[in-house]
Every structure is written in C-alpha cells, then in structure tokens.
Design a protein around this ligand. Sequence first.
Ligand code: HEC
Ligand code: HEC
Ligand code: HEC
Ligand code: HEC
Ligand code: HEC
Ligand code: HEC
Ligand code: HEC
Ligand code: HEC
Ligand code: HEC
Ligand code: HEC
Ligand code: HEC
Length: 329
Amino acid sequence: MTSFQRVKSGCGMILGAILLASVPAGDASAGFFSGLKKSKTDAFAEANPAKAKEYSEKAGAHAPAKSGECSKCHADPKDPSKRVLEKKPLCLSCHAERDADLKKAVVHYVFKEMDCDACHVPHASENPPLLSAPVNELCSNCHDTTDDAIKKSHGGVSVFEGACTACHNPHASQKPKLMVEAKEHVPFGSRSCDMCHAETKADGKAVLKSTPEETCFICHSNFRNLEAEGAVHAPVAGGGCTTCHNPHVSVRSSLIRASLDSICFNCHESWLKNNHPITRHPTAKESVSDPRREGKPFDCASCHEPHAGKFPKLTRGDFFVMCKECHKK
Ligand code: HEC
Ligand code: HEC
Ligand code: HEC
Ligand code: HEC
Ligand code: HEC
Ligand code: HEC
Ligand code: HEC
Ligand code: HEC
Ligand code: HEC
Ligand code: HEC
Ligand code: HEC
C-alpha cells in the first residue's frame, strides 16, 4: 500500500495548517516527561481532591485540569490564587498558535487588550470550547447586532440562528473584519448578498429567496437538470444544496459545511462508517488526499457522486478499476 500524499493545495492547505497548529498544545499536555507524570501525583490535586475529581469527570473539562495536572498552572497547593505565571502569559505558554495570532493583520480588540477570561474559563464549561457563555451571548455582551453599522454589514439581519463564529474568528485574522481565514463563496466574497437574500423583515431574521431555483441555479445552471447524468441523489433532488454546502465560507474544499462523516451519516446507516466497501476500509479522512484526484480530500466523494450518477449506488465508476487506481502498488 502506498503512503498517500497529504492534501497540498487550496483549502486542504488550511486544513493542514489547522491540524499542524493544534500539535504544539497536544505536545505540551503530553509533557516532555509524560512517562513520569503518570506515576507521580500532583501536589495541588492532592490538596483539592473534590475539585480534581469533579474536573476529571467533566466532558467539557480543559485537558490539563481533566488529567489532574493542576500544578502546571497552580504554584501553591495551599493557595489557588498563586499561579506559575500571570493570567495571559499562562494561557499563551501552552497555546503557541494563539500567541502567533497576536501578529496577524487584524487582531480582535478584546483578544489583544484583555485576558483570555473575557471569554474563556480555565477548568471546565458546558459551552465548548471552555467558553464562559454560549458564543453569541458572549459576543452580544459587547456588540449590539441591532446597531445600524453592524446591521448594515449583515444585510439587515439582527437575529442569528447559527454562531457568529461561522463567519468571524474570535481571536484574529489576516482578513478585514475578522472574517474566518477560509475560501469565501464568490458571491459572498464580493458581498453580493442580494443574489440569495431578500430584504430582511421586522423580525430581523435572514430571508432567503426561493432556493435553489432563484439562488444556486441562477449561477450553477448545470444543476437544473441533473437527471441527464443519471439517478439523482435524494437530498439534491429535494433542492437541499445547503444540507452539504455552506453558502458563505468554509475551511473545507467545495464549501462543504462539516465533515462528510457527520453530514452523510445523519441520513445513512452509521455502521457503514469506516467499514465499506471492504471491512474496515476508511470512508473519509480529511487529512489524506484522494489518490485519484489531486487537490481533493479523500472522502465519500472519492468513490461516490454526491449529486447524480449513472453507476449503481452512485459510485463514480467500475469499482474494481477504481480500487486499482487508488492502490497502484
Ligand atoms: C490551565 C491552568 C489551570 C489548571 C490546569 C488548573 N487551574 Fe485552577 N485556576 C486557574 C485559574 C486561572 C484560576 C483563577 C480563576 C478566576 O480567577 O476566576 C484558578 C482557580 C482555581 C481555584 C479557586 C477558584 C475556583 O474556581 O474555585 C481552585 C479551587 C482551582 N483553581 C482548582 C484547580 C484544580 C483542583 C485543578 C486540577 C484538577 C486546577 N485548578 C487546574 C487555572 C488552572
Ligand atoms: C499546561 C498547558 C496548558 C495551559 C497552561 C493552558 N492550556 Fe488550554 N489546552 C491545553 C491542552 C493540552 C488542550 C487540548 C488541546 C487539544 O486537544 O488540541 C487545551 C485546550 C484548550 C482549549 C480548547 C478546548 C476544547 O474543548 O476544544 C481552550 C479554549 C483553551 N485550552 C484555553 C486555555 C486558556 C484560556 C488558558 C489559560 C487559562 C489555557 N488554555 C492554558 C493545555 C494548556
Ligand atoms: C472574544 C472572546 C475570546 C477571547 C478574548 C479569547 N477567545 Fe479563545 N475562543 C473564543 C471562541 C468563540 C472560540 C471558538 C471558536 C470557534 O468555534 O470557531 C475560541 C476557541 C479557542 C481555542 C480552541 C480552538 C482553536 O481555535 O484552537 C483555544 C485554544 C482558545 N480559544 C484559546 C484562547 C486563548 C489562549 C485566549 C487568550 C490569549 C483566548 N482564546 C481568548 C473566544 C475568545
Ligand atoms: C469584551 C467585549 C467584546 C466581546 C466579548 C466581543 N467583542 Fe468584538 N470587538 C470589541 C471591541 C471593543 C472591538 C473594536 C471596536 C469596534 O470596532 O467596535 C471589537 C471588534 C469586533 C469586530 C470588528 C473588527 C474590525 O476589524 O473592525 C468584529 C467582527 C467582532 N468584534 C466580532 C466579535 C465576535 C464574533 C465576538 C464573539 C466571539 C466578539 N466580537 C466578542 C469588543 C468585544
Ligand atoms: C449563495 C447564496 C448566499 C449568499 C451570496 C449570501 N447568503 Fe447569507 N445565507 C444563505 C443561506 C442559504 C442562509 C441560510 C442559513 C444557511 O444555510 O447557512 C443564509 C443565512 C445568512 C445569515 C443568517 C445566519 C444565522 O445564523 O441566522 C446571515 C446573517 C447572512 N446569511 C448574511 C449574509 C451576508 C451579509 C451576505 C453577503 C455578504 C450573504 N449572507 C450572502 C445564502 C447566501
Ligand atoms: C453569515 C456570516 C456572518 C455571521 C454569521 C456574522 N457576521 Fe458579522 N459580519 C459579516 C460580514 C460579511 C461583515 C462585513 C465584512 C466587511 O465589511 O467586509 C460583518 C461585520 C461585522 C462587524 C463589523 C461591523 C462594522 O462596524 O463594520 C461586527 C462587529 C460583527 N460582524 C459582529 C458579528 C456578531 C457579533 C455576530 C453574531 C451575532 C456576527 N457578526 C455574525 C458576516 C457575518
Ligand atoms: C451569483 C452567482 C452564484 C450564486 C447565486 C451561487 N453561486 Fe456557487 N459559485 C459561484 C461562483 C462564481 C463560484 C466559483 C466557481 C469556480 O471557482 O469555478 C461558485 C462556486 C461554488 C461551489 C464550489 C466551491 C469550490 O470551492 O469549489 C459550490 C459548492 C457552490 N458554488 C455552491 C452554491 C450553492 C449551494 C448555491 C446556492 C445556495 C450557490 N452556489 C449560489 C457563483 C454563485
Ligand atoms: C449530499 C451532499 C450534497 C448536496 C445535497 C449537494 N452537494 Fe454539491 N457537492 C457535494 C460534495 C461532496 C462536493 C465535492 C465533490 C467532489 O469532491 O468532487 C460537491 C461539489 C459541488 C460543486 C463544485 C463543483 C462540482 O460540480 O463538483 C458545486 C458547484 C455544487 N456542489 C453545487 C451544488 C448545488 C447547486 C446543490 C443543490 C442543487 C448541491 N451541490 C447539493 C455534496 C453535496
Ligand atoms: C438528507 C438525507 C441525506 C443525506 C444528508 C445524504 N443522503 Fe445519501 N441518500 C439519501 C436517500 C433518501 C437516498 C435514497 C435511498 C435509497 O434509495 O435507499 C440516498 C442514497 C444514497 C446512495 C445510494 C444508495 C442506494 O441504495 O442506491 C449513496 C451511495 C448515498 N446516498 C451516499 C451519500 C453520501 C456520500 C452523502 C454525503 C455526501 C449522503 N448520501 C448524504 C439521503 C441522504
Ligand atoms: C473507497 C470507496 C468508498 C468510499 C470512500 C465510500 N464509499 Fe460508500 N460505497 C462504496 C461502494 C463500492 C459501494 C457499493 C457497495 C455495494 O455495491 O454493495 C458503496 C455503498 C454505499 C451506500 C449504499 C449502502 C447500501 O447498503 O446500499 C451508502 C449509503 C454509502 N456507500 C455511503 C457512503 C458514505 C456516507 C461515505 C463517506 C462517509 C462513503 N460511502 C464512502 C465505496 C465507497
Ligand atoms: C478513491 C480511492 C480508493 C479506492 C477506490 C479504494 N481505496 Fe483503499 N484506501 C484508500 C485510502 C485513502 C486509504 C487510507 C490510507 C491512509 O489511511 O492513509 C485506503 C486504505 C485501504 C486499506 C487499508 C485499510 C486499513 O486498515 O488501514 C486497504 C486494505 C484497502 N484500502 C483496500 C482497498 C480495496 C480492496 C479497494 C477496492 C475494493 C479499495 N481499497 C478502494 C483509497 C481508496
């Protein structure tokens, strides 16, 4: 079996960067002496057994609190207010990628001027990742979305059903207005909001033109008669383009909304995951590139037509031929 090339271009690059960026933090937790840590007890955890137990059992606990490594932050078992470093340097000491954020073209005022606890808690939270409140509530503490300037930026929308972080990075970005660093859909990037949106009504919620007829099909007219290409996949025939695509911006190639594992298995049998066409074969690995199609990630679309196809089970071709094309050696 060949060892497949990492995704090299476009959005795959961003994905790769994110994966790499998370490595230092992971390493830091494992610790240079992680082998020793396991057998050694933590003096601060011993002095605060109830709290240590509480954090170890919480799903939303911070990695070093969950593993009982309290002394990575706390300097004195008798006094929790004494810590190994000042607030912000403490957080940045393990999160090098956040330190790098401070050098970006646009740095969020709060992130630059205040401590991380303007938004995060140190131990555990029910609002991932370690947020002190649900994300939009946090943002709304300081930004009034009904305010004229901000409303104008949002095409008149003032009531949000999704997260502000679908479009904005809370820390920093190379793009103006803290837009997430990812590929923007052409009409979103050119701020042609009215290609898809009708005027916002009094309730402040986003209003869409009839989709896909008056939106997607205007520009992607080849999607109007997919029947010509074979059997049409049910959600596509139903016009549900945004089940799989983010209409604005996404870190994934082809504006895919979330990992296909999570989208596709909302409707399909979960046992298929990493278990077909042969037992235990991976079905989606975003960090691996598709051996047959350069620049695309290896996922369901490596083997299946997501929209319409002429082969049974929407496969892209004769399967045994494909099998050999991907596994040349
Ligand atoms: C990532 C750094 C970090 C780790 C790891 C950590 N703490 Fe803390 N802890 C803090 C900070 C920062 C504060 C101050 C919080 C504040 O002022 O709101 C704090 C405050 C506390 C306090 C006093 C205030 C409170 O929340 O009750 C206790 C008790 C405490 N920590 C226990 C623990 C225990 C037990 C562990 C290990 C299981 C632990 N901490 C691990 C950073 C940490
Ligand atoms: C001793 C090292 C260490 C320190 C100090 C530290 N962190 Fe972390 N933090 C980690 C590790 C390890 C992870 C898990 C990283 C991963 O899974 O990629 C993590 C994860 C996080 C996450 C993501 C949590 C999630 O659910 O995805 C946030 C947010 C975070 N830390 C904030 C902070 C803040 C705020 C501080 C300062 C109070 C801080 N960290 C201090 C090691 C540390
Ligand atoms: C304005 C609020 C805000 C401030 C200030 C802030 N964060 Fe965050 N942080 C967030 C939000 C919101 C997310 C979730 C982002 C998402 O879901 O896309 C997040 C995610 C994270 C993550 C996990 C995901 C990732 O991108 O790696 C880490 C680690 C983190 N923050 C660390 C920090 C540290 C360290 C500081 C202080 C130096 C800090 N944050 C300051 C709001 C904030
Ligand atoms: C503690 C207050 C505070 C919180 C919480 C906060 N912000 Fe901000 N934000 C500010 C301030 C202050 C500015 C800079 C002044 C301004 O331009 O309004 C700013 C600026 C911005 C900008 C414009 C940046 C630019 O380059 O013009 C965006 C976008 C933004 N914030 C989004 C968010 C999002 C999304 C959240 C929630 C994750 C959030 N903010 C949470 C205070 C906050
Ligand atoms: C290609 C079509 C398209 C374009 C162009 C477009 N949108 Fe959207 N927008 C949508 C769809 C579809 C939704 C419904 C939510 C979803 O599917 O993500 C939506 C939802 C929204 C929401 C509501 C999000 C929420 O959490 O409730 C806002 C705000 C928004 N759009 C703003 C904009 C702005 C601002 C622009 C221009 C810069 C823009 N949109 C351009 C298709 C589009
Ligand atoms: C659908 C994508 C989208 C969502 C979701 C979104 N924004 Fe924005 N936001 C934008 C765009 C686009 C701009 C304008 C960027 C530009 O001018 O190039 C903007 C601009 C802003 C600005 C700067 C306004 C100014 O003065 O120019 C702030 C602050 C802001 N958003 C906060 C928020 C907050 C808070 C939320 C969540 C309640 C949120 N955004 C949700 C797309 C979005
Ligand atoms: C105003 C015209 C316009 C509208 C309306 C429009 N698109 Fe697009 N879309 C484009 C253009 C231009 C591209 C870039 C094509 C290219 O790069 O070859 C694109 C690219 C895409 C891509 C591929 C992105 C990539 O990175 O490969 C997807 C997926 C997509 N659009 C889906 C949609 C969906 C879903 C809708 C309806 C919600 C829609 N589009 C509405 C103009 C539009
Ligand atoms: C079941 C999920 C799903 C649905 C529903 C869906 N798509 Fe896609 N779409 C994908 C995937 C996956 C890709 C990436 C294909 C690849 O890697 O070759 C894609 C790619 C695209 C592209 C990029 C160019 C191309 O043809 O490969 C466009 C444009 C596009 N879709 C438009 C649409 C439109 C318009 C609709 C609604 C009529 C739609 N999609 C519905 C999953 C979907
Ligand atoms: C909204 C629900 C929904 C989503 C999301 C969805 N599908 Fe489907 N899919 C269906 C339905 C319904 C059928 C028709 C089932 C049948 O005929 O038994 C189907 C059929 C298929 C088939 C052909 C099966 C057969 O028996 O002919 C394949 C392969 C497939 N989908 C793959 C995918 C992939 C890959 C994704 C993600 C990119 C996906 N589906 C996302 C609902 C969905
Ligand atoms: C390596 C190639 C490959 C990948 C990757 C792959 N599939 Fe398949 N899939 C197949 C083949 C081949 C079949 C047809 C098997 C058969 O004829 O029984 C199939 C069949 C299916 C079926 C129909 C099952 C049935 O019992 O009728 C569904 C649904 C499906 N795949 C979904 C997915 C989803 C969702 C993904 C991504 C998470 C995915 N596939 C990734 C090759 C693949
Ligand atoms: C679209 C490309 C593609 C097709 C078609 C494909 N594979 Fe794979 N296969 C992959 C990728 C990618 C991996 C995972 C490589 C990795 O993890 O880095 C893989 C992994 C495997 C593995 C190792 C699984 C493990 O346990 O790690 C086997 C065995 C395998 N494939 C056999 C097959 C056979 C037999 C067929 C035909 C029935 C087939 N593959 C079709 C791309 C493909």
